[in-house]
Design a protein around this ligand. Structure first.
Ligand SMILES: NC(=O)N[C@@H](CC(=O)O)C(=O)O
Length: 427
């Protein structure tokens, strides 16, 4: 049984208040015409902003393999509560998502959970081992229709393999999402290499390890005319290289995480592993460059790199803790906190552009008559305090614990049905 929803007095992006009618999975009407509908469930949109449902290019759902840290269902709930209607589930599961069978399993689990469109990312190489290409074509042809391939967590460091992967995915307009980290430059690395790492006596992860791979892969992608996406860009130098590659016409896109837009390596001083992440938190100058690049569009998208970890993998010594931070439930609030973007620009960086990169045509469409009813309603005036225990994720590793943040997700709709209402997940 589907219902019809009338959202009254809501602002669509930066526009004036209007009414939206959601019916049969679509935005059926807007403005005065929406009011003529009968038998509707009314939602008071006064003071709220409607955005196209957010799309995350980079989510770790941990299923199969680490269901103690997250499952497709718990991660989907976290996503819906964060305003997302689609997430790209990274391949570093156990078993690795390097076959049609595994990506179909993740896709099916997403459908069963029914809270967000789960789009599996396929591994580039078998077992993420960086030695042989995985069955990219079979994953693309599977029911999961994979378009993004990534060894995220590992870099595809062999340039010959990277070239072949880029060439291969051109056949189905796929994209290789690179975790840019030259592994020989980050052996034993525990945090950003700089003044702070020297002071704390922790082995550094130099910016050049990221930048060298981005430069190499931009050249490779340009050489073969393929699409390249750069995961979690973290340095000012990377921004310069991406800008240069775009100017040369390379088909390159890039994402930045909310945490790299707000936090710096100074956090490592606490030795609290909640601040350990890959790539590491960098310097203030990097944060400034990343913010400017996101505004300018040199960085195309915000992606969470939601990386849930079980308590025992995080609450231990810094050196032994797994890298990664939760992101789905705080992403939009962190973007509002960092400021500088209009609602239209937020929709561009968090919904339309990621949907285009992922090849999703039913997401990333502004709520207007005829659009698929995948949208989220935000209360920009509400502030909330991040309580790790109150998050829907099965894990607790948010670096924003205790912070009071702007912007609350009030409702999210997937295919015209609410996944979140009154700020609560419907299932
Ligand atoms: N981003 C992270 O810090 N962690 C990722 C993988 C990775 O990139 O190391 C994870 O899967 O936990």
């Amino acid at each position: 049984m589907t219902s019809t929803y009338l959202i009254t007095g809501v602002r669509v992006l930066d526009g004036p208040p209007t009414d939206l009618l959601l019916k049969d999975g679509q935005v059926a009407a807007a403005g005065p015409e929406a009011r003529t509908a009968v038998n509707v469930e009314r939602i008071d949109g006064d003071g709220l902003v409607a955005l196209p449902g957010l799309v995350d290019l980079h989510t770790h759902l941990r299923e199969p393999g680490r269901e103690d840290a997250e499952t497709v269902a718990t991660g989907s709930r976290a996503a819906a509560l964060g305003g997302y209607t689609a997430v790209c589930a990274m391949a570093n599961t156990d078993p690795v998502a390097d076959t049609a069978g595994v990506v179909e399993q993740v896709w099916r689990l997403g459908r069963e959970a029914g809270l967000v469109d789960v789009r599996p990312v396929g591994a580039v190489t078998v077992g993420l081992a960086g030695e042989r290409l995985a069955e990219l074509g079979a994953m693309a042809d599977s029911a999961a229709t994979v378009r993004i391939f990534s060894d995220d967590g590992h870099c595809v460091s062999d340039p010959r393999l990277m070239r072949r992967a880029l060439e291969y995915v051109k056949a189905f307009d796929g994209v290789i999402a690179q975790h840019a980290e030259e592994p020989r430059l980050t052996v034993g690395a525990l945090m950003h290499e700089g003044e702070m790492s020297a002071r704390l006596g922790l082995t550094g992860w130099p910016a050049v390890a990221e930048e060298a791979i981005i430069a190499r892969d931009a050249l490779l992608a340009g050489h073969v005319g393929a699409r390249l996406h750069i995961c979690h860009v973290s340095t000012a130098g990377s921004v310069d290289i991406i800008r240069w590659a775009k100017q040369r016409g390379v088909r390159i896109t890039a994402e930045v995480t909310p945490h790299h837009l707000l936090l710096t390596d100074v956090r490592a001083e606490s030795y609290d592993p909640v601040f350990k992440v890959n790539p590491p938190l960098r310097t203030n100058a990097d944060v400034e460059a990343l913010r400017a690049a996101l505004r300018e569009g040199v960085i195309d998208a915000v992606a969470t790199d939601h990386a849930p970890h079980a308590t025992e993998d995080k609450e231990c010594e810094w050196a032994y803790a797994r890298p990664g931070m939760l992101g789905l439930e705080t992403a939009l609030s962190i973007i509002l906190e960092t400021g500088g973007l209009s609602w239209d620009e937020i929709a561009e960086r968090m919904s339309r552009t990621p949907a285009r990169i992922a090849g999703l045509d039913t997401h990333g469409v502004d709520p207007a008559p005829g659009a698929p009813a995948n949208l989220t309603l935000v209360d920009p005036a509400a502030r909330w305090q991040v309580d790790p225990g109150a998050l829907a994720s099965r894990s607790r590793n948010t670096p924003f614990a205790g912070m009071t943040l702007p912007g609350r997700i009030v409702a999210t709709f997937l295919n015209g049905e609410p996944t979140v209402l009154d700020g609560k997940a419907v299932k």
